[in-house]
Design a protein around this ligand. Structure first.
Ligand code: OXD
Ligand code: MN
Length: 598
């Protein structure tokens, strides 16, 4: 079956042979990234009903896909890190021994591709041949996965030529099997550069270049090779003089990274000539540059964004990006004009429609407080090409990446965290990242709206022990001569009645401007128990209707009592992380507690 392979690499060929023997596909097809092959696959998937071709006048190159009803989000409970020892995976990850895991999953894979095709996708995370790039091969039985990987990563035989005869590539195996949730597994063998995913068809579980490789496996590799793989957007703010400063920001899933990455500056700034450029919306790989600064690339090639809530006001750039060459997953199908819709797109829900489960949908029954009446799943997605984004940075394809001035952590917190504060050092900044917390969203299965600690927004994505990961952060601080400054933001603070105090979206630029002014030491700040806080008048509110100086003061309040409660919660979390929490972080925690008690 492997005759006429585009590579002679024995490591690749023998691995594919072994996987094919286990899964028993009828045939093997190499994905070359060509438009001809891609179009043939689209046609095949349309014929089988796997995807639906949308109105090509209104949405050229766009398709709709529905996942199985039980398969709509990442499944953290079924995601495992299979290191040789349990200690190396740590207490926050699920662990299985590599041998036990392989034995269990082999039974699920065995014969699972009978009557089907195994697609071989050679892909690169990062620009092929660049110092940041890492290569992978995903084997899958799903055309939907192939089509998504073609958008999200750089696919083609040049990847095979770059791997050449080396064993150094990430081996990914995906089979939908029966889509059986009881036997769904997303497992990682970081010591063997291997990922296995079975019984799912949902993006985050099956587009193996994304969370599995670019975060879990890459975080493990980064620790050993002195670089960092982080759940961060990357954006550039261009000043009227043409100079651009870049920041990275880590927020938990579905907390607005895509919106911030593509923000449109408020008129106050755009009139002066400020612009924002998107480099990435989800993942950043960071390395120390020859100039001593930290440099970032986005290893992906597209966006796998949350659809609901995306509209002309919240994120016009994302909306524009999805107008062509996009795969929509689990949104509403407007059958009248063969387009798509989702909650929060506009006030005109389609009158003839099919919901994400494939049932006729009556928009009049929609009740925003009852998620079961939604036409689109709350975690429905668009997969869109980065190059279709109107504000994509010119540096997107720069193999060396962009230099980072600030790292911004953030969570969705109704209380406690102020609009913005700055850490006092790299070590203190790593501590701020380690104590991040957020209210849960629909991006992962489970209860929504519960506060959980999500360090660096990486809780579901660190491929090894969390304490060791924090130690890696501290170690990196020692080898970056000119490190970025570290900040924390919270766009989600509410008043006594539960209304958001801050408008968010494009107006978050106002906070970015304070952050950048701090990085350039152009502006003063107040010392507080938690770090440096802005003087309220330094957050520009010109042109904002419902925000006064008093609102900003409220947004910046630090309530020692609720922070002290949080400290107790952090202590419990550190204990849960276990023995490998670095002493430096305990020192920071103790110092925070003492300052709050003063
Ligand atoms: C994502 C996620 O899809 O974080 O980016 O779940
Ligand atoms: Mn994400």
């Amino acid at each position: 079956m492997l005759k006429n392979s585009p590579t002679n690499n024995e490591y690749i060929l023998s691995w594919i042979g072994e996987m094919a023997e286990m899964c028993a596909p009828d045939k093997i097809v190499w994905i070359d990234g060509s438009e001809e092959q891609t179009e043939a696959l689209r046609t095949e998937a349309c014929a089988s009903g796997e995807i639906i071709k949308l109105n090509q006048e209104k949405l050229p190159g766009c398709y709709l896909h529905r996942t199985a009803i039980n398969d709509v989000a990442r499944v953290e409970g079924r995601t495992f890190i299979c290191t040789r020892t349990k200690e190396d995976a740590g207490n926050i990850n699920n662990w299985m021994s590599p041998d036990e895991c392989k034995e269990k999953l082999t039974k699920l894979y065995r014969g699972s591709m009978k009557g089907q095709t195994m697609y071989v996708i050679p892909y690169s995370m990062g620009i092929v041949g660049s110092p940041f790039a890492k290569y992978g091969i995903e084997l899958t039985d799903s055309i939907y996965v192939v089509l998504n990987m073609l958008i999200m990563t750089r696919v083609g035989f040049d990847v095979l030529y770059a791997i050449c005869d080396s064993p150094d590539y990430i081996k990914g195996l995906h089979a939908r099997a029966q889509l059986d949730e009881e036997n769904r597994y997303i497992v990682h063998f970081p010591e063997e550069n291997t990922i296995w995913s079975v019984n799912s068809g949902y993006g985050g579980n099956v587009l193996l270049g994304k969370k599995c490789f670019a975060l879990r496996i890459a975080s493990y590799l980064g620790r050993h090779e002195n670089w960092m793989a982080e759940h961060m957007l990357i954006l550039g703010v261009e000043y009227p003089n043409g100079e651009t400063k870049y920041v990275c920001a880590a927020f938990p899933s579905a907390c607005g990274k895509t919106n911030l990455a593509m923000l449109i500056p408020p008129e106050y700034y755009s009139k002066k000539g400020y612009k924002v450029h998107c480099v990435g919306d989800d993942i950043a790989w960071l390395r120390v540059g020859d100039d001593g600064r930290l440099w970032a690339v986005n290893p992906e090639n597209g966006f796998f964004g949350v659809a609901p809530g995306t509209n002309e006001k919240t994120n016009p750039n994302a909306l524009h990006t999805t107008l062509k060459d996009t795969i929509f997953t689990n949104v509403v199908h407007n059958t009248k004009d063969n387009t798509v819709w989702w909650e929060g797109l506009d006030k005109n829900p389609p009158t003839e429609a099919i919901d994400w489960m494939g049932r006729p949908w009556d928009y009049r029954k929609y009740d925003k407080n009852d998620k079961s009446t939604c036409g689109a799943h709350p975690n429905s997605r668009f997969t869109a090409k980065a190059t279709n984004c109107p504000c994509l940075s010119e540096e997107f394809n720069n193999p060396m990446g962009v230099p980072i001035s600030a790292i911004i952590f953030g969570g969705r917190r109704a209380k406690t965290a102020p609009l913005v504060y700055q850490s006092t050092s790299w070590q203190n900044g790593a501590f701020v990242g380690s104590i991040m917390a957020s209210e849960t969203t629909a991006a992962a299965s489970g209860v929504v709206g519960v506060v959980r600690r999500d360090p660096m927004a990486m809780r579901p994505f660190v491929g090894y022990d969390m304490g060791d990961y924090w130690q890696h952060w501290l170690n990196m601080g020692k080898i970056i001569p000119n490190p970025p400054k570290i900040f924390h933001v919270n766009w989600f603070r509410t008043d006594g009645e539960g209304n958001f105090l801050w408008p968010g979206f494009g107006d978050n630029m106002r906070v970015l401007m304070w952050i950048l002014a701090r990085c350039e030491e152009k502006i003063d700040a107040r010392e507080s128990a938690i770090g440096y806080l802005p003087h309220p008048e330094d957050i520009c509110i010109e042109g904002l209707k419902n925000v006064t100086l008093d609102t900003v003061k409220e947004l910046l309040e630090v309530d020692a009592k609720s922070w002290l409660e949080d400290v107790e919660n952090i202590k419990a979390f550190y204990e849960q992380v276990g023995e490998r929490v670095p002493n430096e972080l305990y020192t920071e925690l103790e110092a925070l507690e003492n300052r709050l008690k003063k």
